[in-house]
Design a protein around this ligand. Structure first.
Ligand code: CA
Length: 762
C-alpha cells in the first residue's frame, strides 16, 4: 500500500512538473558549417541561459573561429568560450583535455578521434567518448563555473589545462590540488589589462605535475617542471593520476574577468553538489525558461521535428547577450569594464551585434523574459557611462562591425514595452548623443556620416562612406525609435520635430524608375549604373531588393512611394520569382551570404541574412496577408531543420532562431518599438506563452496542418478579429487567440486599410 502511494505521488509530481523541453533541443543544429557556406555557423554552446561562460568541444585549432565543425573527426579539448560568431572570434578562452598513457602538451598531438554516435549534447550537458584514450568525458556548467567528470581506464591518466597563446600564465598548487592562471587572449574590444582568471580544483591528489610554455609564436611547447612566474606567450599545465578502470576524476572550474579571488568566489556556484545534482539543477533552469513557451502539435512538417526545431531555436534565442557581470562574496553585482578597463558596479551583457538582433531577438526577450531584458538594458546604460556610447557590436567591448545605430531600437523597444531603466535621463541623453556623434576609434559605433545625414537627410554614396544607403535607412528607423522615447519623456518640441522629419528620410533614397532604394550622390542625382542585384556597395551584405523593405516603421509610406498596394505586392512577389541572380562585383567573389541565397531555391529571397527577414510580413500592410501566410510556412519548412545543417545561413546570436520562434507562434515584431505584432501563420495546434506578469497568451489552431497555412478566420478572446496585427498590451493582459486554418486562402480577410499594422505616416 505504501509502495502504491509512493508510485501515485511520483505520477502526480510528473504531471505537475510538466515536460522536459531540453529533450527537444539539439545544440548541434547549425554546426555543419564552413567559411564558404554557413548552415548556421554555430557551435554546441553548453551553458545556462545567458551564462557568462559557455563550454564547447573543440575540433578546430586554437584561434580558429570554426571551433566545432560537425564533419571533423577529432577533438582537441573542451574549451571555455565567449565567441558570438566565427567572424568575431573568441576571447578569454582556455581548454581542458584528458588523456592516458603519456602527458601530451601539443593540441594537434593530443587530439582524439570521436564519433557523434558516442556523443550526447544537451543545453547544459555534454558527453563524449575519447577513443584514443578510452576516456568518457562529461561536463555540466553553471553560469560562471563548470563541473567535469572524466572516467578513466586503468593506468597513467592526465589532464591538460591549456591557457592558450598570445599571453597566458599558469601555476600548479599541488597541496591544494589546484591549478590557477589566466589568459589574455582576445580579438579586440578590451583594455590592455584584460585577463580571464581561472581556477581548477581536482578531487584527486596529483601523482605527476608539469607545466609547459612557449615564449613566442611558432615555438613548440615543451614539458618541463619550471615554475612559471609571469605572463608568457603560451602557458599550460598537465597533472597526472594513477587510476583504476572506471575511476572518475572530477574537476571544478570557474573563472572571472575581475580577479583570481573573484574566480574563487564564482567557484562557489558549484558548492559541494555532485555531478548529477548540478546537471539536474541546470536542466530545471533550462526547462523553466524554455517552458515559458509551451507548444504542441506541430503543423510545419507534422512530425516531432517541429518540436525539435522550435525548442532548438528557442535555446539559441536564450544564449546571447551573455552576462559579463559577477557577484562578489557579499552578493554585490559588478563587472570588469571592457570599455575603461576598471571594475565597475552593476550589470553588463555582451556578445551580440544589434544589426542582427534588434529585429526580433530583443523583442522576444522584451515580451517573454522582461526581467532579464531589464538587466540587459541597465547594462547598456553602463556601457554608455563607461565609453560614451551604446554599443552596436559588443564582444566584449565595441567592435568595428556592420552598420546602423540600432542600439536605439533595442533600447526603445524595451522602453515602449514598459521595461524601464532606473535612469531615463541618461537613456535619453545617450540616444540623442548618438544622433550627432561617432566613436573616435570604432567607427561603426554611434553614427558615421551623421553630419551629411543630418544636413541632407541621407548619406551620399560618393563621399567615401561605404554602404551609405543601408546606413541611411537604418539611421532613419533609429530616429523613429529615438522619437518614441523622446515623446514619452517630454523632450522639447524642436527635438521632436527634428526626429519626426528624419523618420521620413527613407524617402530620399527611393528611385521611382526602379521602385527600389538606391545610393544617392551628394548633388541629389542617382547613379546611372544602378545595379539592383548588386550586393554590398551602397548596401550591407544584401542588394536593393533586400534593403528596400527596411522601412520598418512606415510600410504604408513605402507603399505610397511605390504607387500603391498593387505595385507594392508585385514587388514583394518578385522577390520570390526573380531567379537567384546576383552581382558580386563589390566583394569580388560570392560571399557566403550570396551562396546561401542561391542554393535555397527561393529566388532572390535571402533568408540566410538579416536585412530581408521581416519582408514577408509586409504583405499584411498591403491587404494580402494570405501571401505572407504561404511564404512564412515555406520558409519554416524549407529553411529550418533540427539537424547539423539546419539553418540557411549564419544563425547570428539568436536572431535567425527567434524568427522561427515568433513565426511558428504566428506573430512577428516587424517594427520594434511599436506595440504591433504582425500576424503570420501559426504553426502549432496549441501554444501557451506564460508571461512573467502571471498572464497567459493562449494560441489555438483548428484545422492546422502542413498544407493548411492559411487563416480562414480568427478570434481574439472569442470575438472575431479581422486585423493583421495584435497589440503588445492586448496580449500581455492575457489573451486567447483562436485560428481556423485552411488549405485555401481567404482573400476577403485582412484586406481593409484598417487591418494593416502600424505605419508612421498614417
Ligand atoms: Ca548575418
Amino acid at each position: 500500500m505504501k509502495h502504491l502511494l509512493t508510485l501515485l505521488l511520483a505520477a502526480l509530481c510528473l504531471t505537475a512538473s510538466a515536460r522536459d523541453y531540453t529533450q527537444y533541443v539539439n545544440p548541434l543544429m547549425g554546426t555543419q558549417s564552413e567559411f564558404a557556406l554557413s548552415a548556421g555557423n554555430t557551435y554546441p554552446a553548453i551553458a545556462l541561459p545567458w551564462g557568462m561562460n559557455f563550454w564547447t568541444p573543440q575540433t578546430g585549432e586554437m584561434g580558429d573561429g570554426w571551433q566545432y565543425t560537425y564533419t571533423a573527426h577529432q577533438l582537441r579539448g573542451f574549451k571555455q568560450t565567449h565567441q558570438p560568431s566565427p567572424w568575431i572570434n573568441d576571447y578569454g578562452q582556455f581548454a581542458i583535455m584528458p588523456m592516458t598513457g603519456r602527458p601530451i602538451a601539443d593540441e594537434r598531438e593530443r587530439a582524439s578521434w570521436f564519433s557523434h554516435k558516442a556523443e550526447t549534447a544537451r543545453p547544459n550537458y555534454y558527453q563524449v567518448y575519447l577513443a584514443d584514450y578510452d576516456i568518457n568525458a562529461e561536463l555540466t556548467p553553471t553560469e560562471r563555473a563548470c563541473l567535469f567528470r572524466f572516467t578513466f581506464p586503468e593506468g597513467k591518466s592526465y589532464i591538460n589545462v591549456d591557457a592558450y597563446d598570445q599571453g597566458s600564465h599558469i601555476r600548479i598548487l599541488s597541496a591544494e590540488r589546484k591549478i590557477v592562471g589566466y589568459t589574455t587572449r582576445n580579438n579586440g574590444g578590451v583594455g590592455e589589462n584584460f585577463r580571464n582568471y581561472f581556477v581548477l580544483v581536482f578531487d584527486h591528489p596529483f601523482t605527476y605535475t608539469a607545466t609547459y610554455a612557449a615564449d613566442a609564436k611558432d615555438m613548440p611547447v615543451s614539458l618541463d617542471s619550471l615554475a612559471l612566474t609571469q605572463t608568457t606567450y603560451h602557458a599550460g599545465a598537465i597533472v597526472g593520476f594513477d587510476t583504476r578502470r572506471g575511476e572518475k576524476v572530477h574537476v571544478r572550474v570557474a573563472s572571472s574577468f575581475i580577479s583570481e579571488a573573484q574566480a574563487e568566489t564564482n567557484l562557489t556556484e558549484l558548492g559541494t553538489a555532485d555531478f548529477e545534482t548540478l546537471r539536474q539543477r541546470g536542466t530545471d533552469r533550462w526547462n523553466e525558461v524554455l517552458g515559458r513557451i509551451d507548444v504542441e502539435g506541430g503543423c510545419v512538417t507534422e512530425s516531432e521535428d517541429d518540436l525539435r526545431t522550435f525548442y532548438s531555436c528557442l535555446y539559441r534565442s536564450l544564449l546571447f547577450p551573455r552576462m559579463f557581470w559577477e557577484r562578489d562574496a557579499t552578493g554585490h553585482v559588478h563587472h570588469y569594464s571592457p570599455y575603461n578597463g576598471r571594475v565597475c558596479d552593476g550589470y553588463l551583457y555582451t556578445d551580440t551585434g544589434f544589426w542582427d538582433t534588434f529585429r526580433c531577438l530583443f523583442p522576444l526577450l522584451d515580451l517573454v523574459y522582461p526581467s532579464e531584458s531589464l538587466k540587459m538594458q541597465e547594462g547598456l546604460l553602463n556601457a554608455y557611462r563607461e565609453s560614451g556610447f551604446f554599443p552596436e557590436w559588443a564582444s566584449p567591448g565595441h567592435r568595428p562591425c556592420m552598420v546602423g545605430n540600432n542600439s536605439a531600437a533595442v533600447l526603445a523597444d524595451a522602453f515602449v514595452k514598459g521595461i524601464r531603466v532606473s535612469d531615463t535621463k541618461t537613456l535619453m541623453e545617450g540616444l540623442l548623443h548618438a544622433t550627432h556623434a561617432v566613436h573616435p576609434e570604432v567607427k561603426s559605433t554611434g553614427r558615421i556620416g551623421y553630419e551629411h545625414y543630418n544636413a541632407l537627410g541621407y548619406i551620399p554614396c560618393d563621399i567615401g562612406i561605404k554602404e551609405s544607403a543601408a546606413r541611411t535607412l537604418e539611421y532613419c528607423f533609429d530616429d523613429w525609435c529615438v522619437l518614441q522615447v523622446a515623446e514619452a519623456l517630454g523632450q522639447p518640441r524642436d527635438t521632436l520635430r527634428t526626429l519626426r522629419e528624419r523618420a521620413l528620410n527613407y524617402r530620399h533614397l527611393f528611385r521611382p524608375d526602379y521602385r527600389l532604394m538606391s545610393g544617392r550622390r551628394a548633388d541629389g542625382t542617382f547613379a546611372d549604373d544602378f545595379s539592383p542585384l548588386k550586393w554590398g556597395g551602397d548596401f550591407t551584405e544584401g542588394n536593393a531588393w533586400h534593403y528596400t523593405w527596411s522601412v520598418f516603421h512606415d510600410p504604408q509610406g513605402l507603399i505610397d512611394l511605390m504607387g500603391g498596394k498593387h505595385n507594392f505586392t508585385a514587388m514583394l512577389d518578385s522577390l520570390f520569382t526573380l531567379p537567384p541572380l546576383y552581382d558580386d562585383s563589390y566583394y569580388g567573389f560570392p560571399i557566403h551570404e550570396i551562396r546561401e541565397m542561391t542554393v535555397m531555391n527561393m529566388g532572390n529571397y535571402a533568408h540566410g541574412n538579416q536585412p530581408v527577414q521581416h519582408a514577408i510580413y509586409l504583405y499584411d500592410w498591403a491587404g494580402e496577408p494570405w501571401k505572407a501566410q504561404y511564404w512564412l510556412r515555406e520558409v519554416m519548412r524549407r529553411m529550418y531543420a533540427p539537424t547539423p545543417d539546419g539553418y540557411c545561413g549564419d544563425e547570428d546570436n539568436g536572431q535567425t532562431s527567434a524568427w522561427y520562434v515568433w513565426s511558428a507562434l504566428g506573430l512577428y515584431p516587424v517594427c520594434p518599438a511599436s506595440t504591433h505584432y504582425a500576424i503570420g501563420s501559426p504553426a502549432f495546434r496549441h501554444a501557451t506563452l506564460h508571461l512573467e506578469n502571471g498572464h497567459d497568451i493562449t494560441i489555438e489552431t483548428a484545422g492546422g496542418a502542413k498544407h493548411a497555412p492559411y487563416i480562414q478566420h480568427m478570434t481574439l478572446d472569442g470575438k472575431a478579429w479581422d486585423a493583421n496585427y495584435l497589440d503588445h498590451f492586448t496580449l500581455t493582459r492575457g489573451a486567447t487567440l483562436h485560428y481556423d486554418m485552411s488549405t485555401t486562402p481567404n482573400t476577403q480577410r485582412g484586406t481593409s486599410a484598417k487591418a494593416a499594422p502600424y505605419s508612421f505616416s498614417r
